[in-house]
Design a protein around this ligand. Sequence first.
Ligand SMILES: *[C@@H]1O[C@H](CO)[C@@H](O)[C@H](O)[C@H]1NC(C)=O
Ligand SMILES: [Cu+2]
Length: 244
Amino acid sequence: MKVAVVASLAACIAAVHAHTTVYGLWVNNVFQGDGRNQYIRSPPNNNPVKDLTSSAMTCNVNNNAVSRFVSVKSGDQLTFEWYHDARNDDIIDKSHKGPVQVYVAPQGQVWTKIFSQGYTGGQWATDKLIAAHGQHSVIVPDLPAGQYLFRAEIVALHEADVAYANNPVRGAQNYMSCSQILVTSNGTQSLSGGIALPGAYTPQTPGIVFNLYLGGPDPNTYQAPGPSVWSGARGGSVAQIGNA
Ligand SMILES: *[C@@H]1O[C@H](CO)[C@@H](O)[C@H](O)[C@H]1NC(C)=O
Ligand SMILES: [Cu+2]
């Protein structure tokens, strides 16, 4: 028990300036340029959102339309690239262990999950993200043509042994980033099974409260928050696809 407390405190201190946000996107291994405030609805800093009832759960604290859209077609590989303080740095503090997920919405109201990786092969998705220089990808589903928001999400669990609602100095740290995407192909797979954010994540949602430390559950039992991945999803990975 004593060891667990020490580990939690160390993670807490290390976490202070160890946050993350998205720098830009790649389409079929081609970087689309610095996306911040261009095609990404970038927050002013890389702080997490911890209050699950906050409107910032949708698309972080600055959910305002930006000028550009990244154009994709069904079957394209769309890659998100995260960073900590500068592009291609340490990406996110190693203490920040947890799942990486991607949601899609036409209007930003109802979010359909198209990718989720929690703890697989003995590693948290965030550890793979660090090794991948911040890069993770999805294959664009066969969506109807139009404008979408693609919302990449990290849930960092280093202080998630208790819910924020019960202890506001701790709780899961949610990092989300919404990119404006124009789907130019015209598919037939209409999104379904979407959830509301904020709304769908609560302190009771599996995966929001989880003790990473000694005495906590086997990480192989970890279930990332939210619904299962939509049947129309085409897969993805947490892996480096290009040199930043
Ligand atoms: C996409 O296909 C639908 C159904 O066939 C059609 O109604 C719609 O106009 C098409 N949209 C575009 C942008 O081509
Ligand atoms: Cu942090």
